[in-house]
Design a protein around this ligand. Sequence first.
Ligand code: MN
Length: 207
Amino acid sequence: MAFELPPLPYAYDALEPYINKRTMELHHDMHHAAYLSKFNDALGKAPELASKSAEDIMRDLASVPESIRTAVVNNGGGYVNHAMFWEIMGSNAGGDPSGEIGDAIKAIFGDFDSFKTKFNDAGAGQFGSGWVWLVLDKGGKLAVTSTPNQNTPLSDGHEVIMGNDVWEHAYYLTYENRRPEYLKNWWNVVNWEKVNARYQAAKLRLG
Ligand code: MN
């Protein structure tokens, strides 16, 4: 049993002009596929993990044999992070957050603009490659955080509500070195219905 590449839930050009077609082709078919392939290779050496979901493997790195742990952190992280990323974007998206997640964001961050500023600043401030996140932390509170490389907040006991990829491969073809411009434009492709569904699921999981 090996994990599989989730198909993009929309066309490669669906996120234009904010994320262009070529970026999506390379990002999904090459980058995500490469993380998946290396994750599966590593897991081939740990058959005892075969019954677990990819997320559960990332939630419990202590159960991953040390000989493959770095490969799992990098490539398992890359696998689950990108699966989340495709899921929470879409065409005809953006706007203000709706549903319970909208209320929760206002309660914690004051208003949507303050939240976006905090998230964008964390993304711009992540040195080198990484991700910026909205998580439900161990205590059940929404928080903005960032991680280097493909590290996932799941490994720190948090639940991932949404995240933006700030690796150069996510934006360089369109935005070149202008990461803050990419971060600002990205909100136009956020599918709040999906984010809200992840928030509901995360709350249930944390109890
Ligand atoms: Mn990426």
